[in-house]
Design a protein around this ligand. Structure first.
Ligand code: COA
Length: 173
């Protein structure tokens, strides 16, 4: 399915990532992370039938993406990035909203790891109701930085995509 959103005067299209998108995705990835994912890592995630990988496009060019895997009942946000010139325009927010529309049925759980120093990403996740639940010490190999573990649970009684969430009991590290 293809969604189209009008965002700050530029139309933003959200759709599933295809293998043909990967060169553009990797270009954004390399500009966004000190230790970018390899092509093989993206191919592996795209090959998982239960996963959700979304691309954000402006003028038919990829400006952001999100990779989410499902492990049993838990959704793990593995990767999200927006190209630097297009940040703070709500693009990551739209990607997360679309993910929650697709996967955020009542009771669904989402988790992720984020560098403790990554204040922009932590602010983004907190805005969507993610809550900190612990640390993975030395999780990042390049500088041994700790990862903050965050969880978001869609309440049983609340519709998918809602913004008010609670942390799962006993979830985390
Ligand atoms: N500083 C403070 N808060 C920030 C922020 C920043 N630099 N960037 C995002 N936020 C918070 C704000 O609350 C923001 O709302 P506001 O702009 O109305 O204040 C909210 O998140 C939504 O931001 P949005 O515009 O949807 O995010 P984005 O499209 O700029 O993408 C990232 C956010 C984190 C994906 C982007 O900065 C990025 O690609 N960073 C590099 C890759 C990365 O670190 N990915 C996360 C790995 S865990």
């Amino acid at each position: 399915m293809t969604d189209s959103v009008k965002l700050r005067r530029k139309p933003l299209q959200i759709r599933r990532v295809t293998y043909a998108d990967l060169p553009q995705v990797i270009a954004v990835e390399r500009r966004s992370f000190p230790t970018p994912w390899s092509l093989a890592m993206f191919v592996l995630e795209l090959s998982k039938p239960s996963g959700i990988c979304l691309a954000a496009l402006e003028d038919d060019r990829i400006c952001g993406y999100l990779v989410c895997s499902r492990y049993d009942t838990v959704w793990h946000i593995m990767n999200i990035a927006v190209d630097e010139p297009r940040r703070r325009l709500g693009i990551a927010s739209v990607l997360l909203e679309r993910l929650f529309e697709r996967a955020g049925r009542p009771g669904a759980q989402f988790t992720l790891e984020v560098r403790l120093s990554n204040e922009p990403a932590i602010a983004l996740y907190e805005r969507f109701g993610f809550q900190s639940s612990g640390l993975r010490r030395g999780y990042y190999h390049d500088n041994k930085e700790d990862a903050l573990i965050m969880w978001r649970t869609v309440p049983e009684r609340q519709a998918a995509g809602a913004m008010i969430e609670t942390a799962p009991q006993g979830a985390g590290a």
